[in-house]
Write a protein that binds this ligand. Structure first.
Ligand code: UT7
Length: 334
């Protein structure tokens, strides 16, 4: 009998604080007009001072478990996709496991903004192989903690948030195919120089602002608009799904211009390309499950819908998954 991994619950959490374009105009030499035209972003959720990545993850995890109707003791594995852990160790997965009252194994996957797709492959493999029946997968990041708010080229882009899905073994539906890629030679296009073993944090690294994100925005943009169509097509081919049959293309939310370009290159109409980048900005590993939760709670997903989820980011990494949605729309349960 075939074993597939279907999504039986989805949840998310955005902190209440917001950084608006007007706030940024007061911090750096920029304008609302420039930011909206070049990125489509209007505001970014920002974690409260006392909130770490695990705090956001716990809220998203609770919501997804409630939607799935799964009790903590029934979760076999917790996978956390994050590149902004609470601390070097213990893992944010372990901190979240404790916060959720779970007793299963827990660990982190770091593939930056592609983290959710990488972790989805790990979760799906665990289920398909029979090593787990129920997996909680959370994408959570607090990138604003790693943003240099004196650097206008990066501080406009990022926000904080968490999204989660519960996956369970099924006989059909769910994850149909996943394509992943990486090119470590181009790691320096998007990185945080200090704070790891290569350049431990010191008074000097802090003074040089080396514990913040550095990015070659132009190159990352070109990479994104090339790789997203390629990896989406690879996942579609693996799944035997035609691009025209997709109900939704759900890309990592980084820049509205990237979303518009890939829609054109893939031949998907703009109405079928999910976008909430104006109000959530780039929440890294959280952006795809946040999008799924937005679509689900607003009643825009129906059982049988075919979805393509696609991410790209630091590493460089990229990946896409084709998922057959099997959950009934809220309020339309039998
Ligand atoms: O998950 C992956 C994360 N990263 C990304 O997705 C980033 C992808 N890249 C991008 O989204 C875009 O490259 C940016 C939004 C970062 C930049 O947009 P761009 O259209 O590529 O602008 P640019 O870097 O070519 O800069 C154009 C001009 C420059 O001025 P000069 O040299 O032409 O005089 C910049 O200095 O815009 C200037 N600029 C700004 N001006 C006002 C750069 N940032 C700003 C700003 N406000 N915030």
């Amino acid at each position: 009998m075939t074993r597939t991994a279907e999504i039986i619950g989805v949840g998310s959490y955005l902190p209440e604080g917001r950084i608006t374009n007007a706030d940024l105009e007061r911090m750096v030499d920029t304008s609302d007009e420039w930011i909206v035209t070049r990125t489509g972003i209007r505001e970014r959720p920002i974690a409260d001072e006392g909130q770490a990545t695990s705090d956001l993850a716990i809220r998203a995890g609770q919501a997804a478990l409630a939607v799935a109707g799964v009790a903590p003791e029934d979760v076999d594995l917790l996978i956390m996709a994050t590149s902004t852990p609470d601390m070097v160790f213990p893992s944010t997965g372990c901190l979240t496991q404790a916060g959720l009252g779970l007793s299963c194994p827990a660990f982190d996957v770091n593939a930056a903004c592609t983290g959710f797709i990488y972790a989805l492959q790990t979760a799906t493999s665990a289920i398909e192989s029979g090593r787990a029946d129920t997996v909680l997968l959370i994408g959570a990041d607090t990138l604003t903690r790693f943003v240099d708010f004196t650097d206008r080229t990066t501080c406009i882009l990022f926000g904080d948030g968490a999204g989660a899905v519960v996956l369970r073994a099924a006989e059909s539906g769910g994850v149909r195919g996943i394509a992943l890629g990486a090119d470590g030679k181009r790691g320096s296009m998007l990185y945080v120089p200090a704070g790891g073993s290569a350049m431990p944090a010191s008074a000097e690294t802090v003074a040089n602002r080396e514990h913040y994100i550095r990015m070659n925005g132009n190159e990352v943009f070109k990479f994104a608009v090339r790789v997203i169509p390629e990896t989406t097509n690879a996942a579609l081919a693996q799944s035997g799904v035609d691009v025209g049959d997709l109900a939704w293309l759900i890309p990592h939310q980084a820049n509205q211009r990237i979303l518009d370009t890939i829609a054109e290159r893939l031949g998907v109409s703009h109405e079928r390309v999910f976008s909430n980048v104006a109000n959530t900005a780039n929440t890294s590993a959280a952006s795809i499950p946040l999008a799924l939760d937005d679509l689900y709670t607003s009643g825009r997903l129906a059982a049988g819908d075919l979805l393509a989820l696609v991410g790209f980011g630091a590493g460089l990494t990229w990946g896409a998954a084709v998922v057959e949605w099997t959950k009934t729309t809220p309020g339309k349960e039998a």
